[in-house]
Write a protein that binds this ligand. Structure first.
Ligand code: CA
Length: 681
């Protein structure tokens, strides 16, 4: 397009002619007959992430090329599923900045910056992520990392209303995408490991007024229960769980069945992770690690299915839920499909919450199977016989067999496409909580003896799972463990970003690789497909992100700016070159071995959450081994007193002394020298 401004104005005029973000229940419910648009995060209320478009298909995909890209000017990772309504793409970029983009050209129509406090990143496990907005009747809705829900005019990008959905004196955060059901904006929150109590709230889409709140875990009984459901849940807890917050936060998935008028909430892990510490004497700890069905108009409880009673391993069940109608044993069943962190694939009757079948889609050793009579896992020893003295290797790890990168479901093949991973962790649980508050606190026992068995290698693959047979139909092995969300299309294709910086299309029926393109970074978010003026596009938010990327540490190969990539048949746009790494020039080491070791311990407990294991950043935060001379000089000002708070580096003077900062600095210098000489941990 020779006249980008004119094109942007035309797209805006076109959107206004339709009414910008002219989205309502009727339109989302009829999404099957509206293949051009992607109006809600999973495309439909059933969250299939399936596009009925067929122009890009297994015969034509070889001609797929980049149509446009839209840069966000930062390496901070992206997890958003963009939405497209009538030729306009709405998405969140970095730091919760909302963008309206011409979906045909990639040109900006407007952006809105909610000015999130960058230091809030300190209260988040895995970076300032956001999984995208929601649309409803001319407004764009987004949850912000500091716990606000904002509504922005879809035509102009001006703020309409904003509500604080959380207590800002507590380390709550929001990373999930809202859903709008029956005129109510549904939003959850995160922060379990930081010691908060999870809940879901519904707000009136027009006014921002609170309509209902569903508490996932009970609070202090002495303060009275909010409702009968909380009272019921409290009977499954012991001890003084409320002093730890207890968790259960619904930080990602929701699904909605308009015919049954049910809203499904997927809930998170317990806080702290150790059930003995959280609820001494046992109990199922409702509604941790569960799927809960509520009435979307009132938040009234209808049924629940708890996947991990007395959750003990950070086994969140917040991962994407997909609603499907399947033929099982000769009967048509309305089911909910779920592949949570714990490694089992669940098929649940979504009318009543009864388990139909479950099978593990990766190797697991925490449970032998799920008992279909009781619906409960049969836990295994010795995998679970760990404590504060002895670690035990459990798989999957807290990174999960499947995490937030979404799966997709094709009604054509009947298969579910899961970004699966094999992970393990030497679990230990302390007998007492450390005194840290407002900080990540898993209550690991750091002095426990290591696990006796060696950790199996990390593996990542795309698995096509048959939910009726409960077995794998095909698999594509990946080079690395942490890979992107998937999109299935009626063109017999599955799209997925890989950790090694490729975007790939596979045959949906066969798993055969049909097309790939290097995209300079890991695309972890769920891809989408849409069409404008009759031409089909596939788009993805590309920007390396997520817990393994940020905490686990990865080679710093992903240095490209985070951006939206849109592909079409015959696209010929090229990406600009990737900026080079800065020089690796650490100052000489002057600290003693003891000081370096102490620094390693402090780094591992705190800094690692953003800068990566062994000071190996995945690229979305600065790789500290490559600090400049100027940064080395200002180190204490940055770490203790907030000299770079505006960039997201919070001050830590409340936790660390100047001596602590010096020790951390010494450890980083040690790692930089190791990188320079090629020595690894
Ligand atoms: Ca967690």
């Amino acid at each position: 397009m020779r006249y980008p401004l004119l094109s942007a104005l035309l797209a805006l005029a076109c959107a206004q002619a339709h009414g910008a973000a002219n989205v309502d229940a009727k339109r989302i419910t009829a999404a099957g007959s509206d293949p051009a648009n992607w109006l809600t995060t999973g495309r439909t209320y059933h969250e299939e992430r399936f596009s009925p478009l067929t122009a890009i298909n297994d015969k034509t995909v070889a001609k797929l090329g980049l149509a446009w890209y839209h840069d966000f000017g930062s390496t901070i990772g992206l997890e958003a599923t963009p939405l497209v309504a009538d030729g306009v793409m709405y998405t969140s970029g970095v730091w919760n900045i909302l963008h309206a983009i011409d979906a045909k050209t990639g040109k900006s129509l407007w952006s809105y910056d909610p000015q999130v406090p960058r230091h809030w990143m300190r209260y988040m496990c895995c970076g300032p992520a956001n999984r995208g907005p929601a649309l409803w009747r001319g407004k764009v809705f987004e949850g912000t990392i500091d716990g606000r829900l904002i509504a922005v005019d879809a035509a102009t990008g001006k703020l309409v209303w904003s509500v604080q959905t959380t207590d800002t004196s507590k380390p709550y955060s929001i990373t999930g995408a809202p859903r709008v059901v029956n005129g109510k904006v549904i939003i959850g929150n995160g922060g379990a490991e930081f010691g908060v109590r999870g809940y879901v709230t519904a707000y009136d889409a027009e006014t921002g007024k609170q309509v209902w709140r569903f508490w996932i875990v009970p609070g202090n009984p002495a303060h009275g229960f909010e409702d009968k459901t909380v009272e019921m849940a409290a009977k499954t807890w012991r001890g003084e769980w409320w002093t730890y917050g207890a968790g259960g936060n619904a930080w990602d998935a929701f699904a909605h069945d308009p015919a049954l008028n049910l809203l499904y909430i997927a809930t998170g892990n317990g806080a702290p992770w150790s059930r003995d510490l959280r609820s001494p004497g046992g109990g199922d700890n409702l509604f941790l690690s569960s799927i809960v069905a509520v009435r979307p108009d009132t938040g009234e409880y209808v049924w629940h299915y708890q996947e991990v009673p007395g959750e003990n391993w950070d086994y969140t069940a917040v991962q994407q839920m997909t609603l499907a109608d399947l033929q099982i044993d000769g009967k048509q069943r309305k089911v909910l499909l779920h592949a949570p962190k714990n490694g089992f694939f669940y098929v649940i009757d979504r009318t009543n919450g009864k388990l139909i079948s479950a099978n593990n889609f990766v190797p697991v050793n925490w449970a032998s199977h799920i008992d279909l009579k009781t619906g409960r896992p049969v836990e295994l020893k010795p995998a679970n016989s760990y404590d504060d003295k002895q670690a035990s290797l459990v798989y999957p790890a807290h990174f999960g067999a499947h995490n937030w990168p979404p799966m997709s479901y094709s009604p054509n093949t009947g298969l579910v496409y899961i970004p699966a991973q094999e992970t393990s962790w030497p679990y230990t649980h302390a007998k007492e909580m450390p005194p840290w508050r407002m900080n990540w606190n898993t209550a690991f026992a750091t002095n426990a003896k290591p696990a006796t068995e060696p950790a199996p290698p990390l593996k990542g693959y795309l698995t096509a799972w048959d939910p009726v047979k409960q077995k794998e139909a095909w698999r594509v092995d990946h080079a690395s463990v942490w890979n992107g969300g998937t999109l299935a299309t009626a063109g017999n294709l599955v799209f997925q970003g890989a950790a090694d910086g490729r975007f790939v299309a596979y045959g949906a029926d066969s798993g055969r690789k049909l097309w790939e393109m290097p995209i300079q970074t890991g695309a972890m978010a769920g891809p989408i497909s849409y069409s404008v003026d009759g031409e089909q596009y596939v788009a993805v938010a590309a920007g390396w992100s997520g817990s393994i990327a940020i905490i686990g540490g990865m080679a710093p190969t992903h240095r490209a700016t985070s951006r939206i990539l849109a592909f079409k048949l015959g696209g010929t746009t090229a990406l600009p070159p990737v900026p080079p790494m800065p020089p690796l020039a650490p100052p000489p080491q002057t600290a003693s071995k003891e000081v370096i070791a102490r620094g390693a311990q402090l780094y591992g407990a705190t800094c690692r959450l953003c800068h990566g294991l062994n000071v190996e950043s995945g690229g979305m935060t600065p790789d500290l081994r490559y600090m400049s001379a100027e940064t080395h000089k200002a180190f204490k000002d940055i770490v203790l007193y907030g000299a770079r708070a505006k960039d997201g580096m919070a001050p830590f003077a409340d936790m660390f002394s100047e001596q602590d900062a010096d020790a951390i600095h010494a450890y980083i210098i040690d790692r930089a020298h190791a990188a320079r000489t090629g020595a690894s941990q």
